[in-house]
Design a binder for this molecule. Structure first.
Ligand SMILES: *Cc1c(COP(=O)(O)O)cnc(C)c1O
Length: 342
């Protein structure tokens, strides 16, 4: 029996239709703007996010690194972001190493914060003892806080607070399309007021790799310098961009199925002994629940061909995606029941 892999939505394999689109793609030299697939992908993502321009990059991590480098100036600039956000927990210190960013980690519920939280974090302008507040970063959806969707009013509130203080804004949209599908709010409304935002194609959208960073023409022009510097300037990248274009056409609306399956998994989990979760908090494709022994539970599930991730001393994460169907959810629930009963 095949593994039910709920470890992450990065675990998807390209479908045969996506592979066909990739195999048939007309390609060219990406860094000379001669790759038709990359050119089309960038203009579609720019339009989708309501931005002037966009650049294709190998990964979401590189989008964040380059965005930090664009916004943070040398000399003690500070970024305000949630303490469980990707640039803090999973980028090998890149924002410090590559951009020289000072981080102001916010410890607010659900991975989200408010305009008031931003105002409280601001440094006094001209204070030579303090870092200089410069950037606010938002993660839509909140990965390690359970795939929560920032409500539009809350995004607007944060944008207003940042703008009032003259700060830049960056959106890590690794799962932005999950937020769009779950809320019905268009992506360009969510990114309004942000200087940069990006989409990942290797998460729920199901492409093997690739991400697109969008912003003003001026910022994206500057982003190209850093893309070159990091070795992210590519050649016949259309073979990959074709997969991303395929995903935009065929894998966005279906995210709703992942969300329904995540909710069903959460409802089943809530009924099990030793598990704490409120299924009503599951808005998208990420399910994080509390358990006394996350490592032990994951090992036992693995023996039943079900994979989840221990993500904290008491937390297990399960993520739905296009390689997990209704039967997979049922098998995960059956396995959970068996290992919990013992
Ligand atoms: C996965 C992820 C990233 C990094 O994307 P990669 O394409 O894996 O480099 C950044 N931010 C969030 C919220 C993510 O989930």
């Amino acid at each position: 029996m095949a593994l039910v892999n709920l470890y992450s939505d990065t675990q998807t394999r390209p479908t045969s239709a996506m592979r066909t689109a990739m195999a048939e793609a007309e390609v060219g030299d990406e860094q000379r703007f001669e790759d038709p697939q990359v050119t089309e992908l960038c203009s579609r993502v720019a339009a989708l996010l309501g931005m002037e321009a966009a650049v294709f990059l190998p990964s979401g991590t590189m989008c964040n690194e380059i965005a930090f480098r664009l916004h943070i100036r040398p000399g003690g600039d500070e970024a305000i972001l949630h303490r469980r956000s990707h640039p803090i927990i999973a980028e090998a210190g890149g924002p410090a190493a590559f951009a020289g960013a000072m981080m102001y980690p916010l410890d607010t519920p659900l991975g989200m914060f408010t305009g008031e939280d931003v105002r409280r974090a601001l440094r006094r302008p001209g204070d030579r003892y303090a870092p200089r507040s410069r950037l606010v970063c938002v993660e839509q959806t909140t990965n390690m806080s359970g795939g929560r969707v920032w409500p539009l009013e809350q995004l607007r509130d944060v944008v207003e607070a940042a703008r009032d203080a003259g700060l830049r804004l960056h959106m890590d949209g690794a799962r932005l399309m999950n937020a769009v599908v779950a809320s019905g709010v268009p992506a360009a409304e969510m990114t309004r007021g942000f200087d940069t935002a990006w989409l990942d194609f290797t998460k729920g959208l199901g492409a093997p790799l690739g991400a697109v960073l969008a912003g003003s023409a001026e910022l994206i022009d500057e982003a190209w310098r850093y893309k070159q510097m990091l070795g992210g300037a590519l050649r016949q990248a259309g073979i990959v961009a074709a997969g991303a274009l395929y995903a935009l056409d065929h894998h966005v609306d279906r995210l709703a199925e992942d969300h329904a399956r995540a909710r069903r998994l959460a409802e089943g989990l809530a009924a099990l002994p030793g598990v704490t979760i409120d299924p009503s908090t599951v808005e998208t494709n990420i399910v994080i629940f509390e358990h006394d022994d996350p490592g032990g539970l994951c090992a036992k599930l693995e023996a039943h061909e079900v994979r989840m991730g221990a993500v904290g001393p008491r937390q297990v994460r399960a993520v739905t995606h296009l390689d997990v169907d209704d039967d997979g959810i049922q098998r995960a629930l059956d396995a959970l029941e068996r290992v919990s009963a013992r």
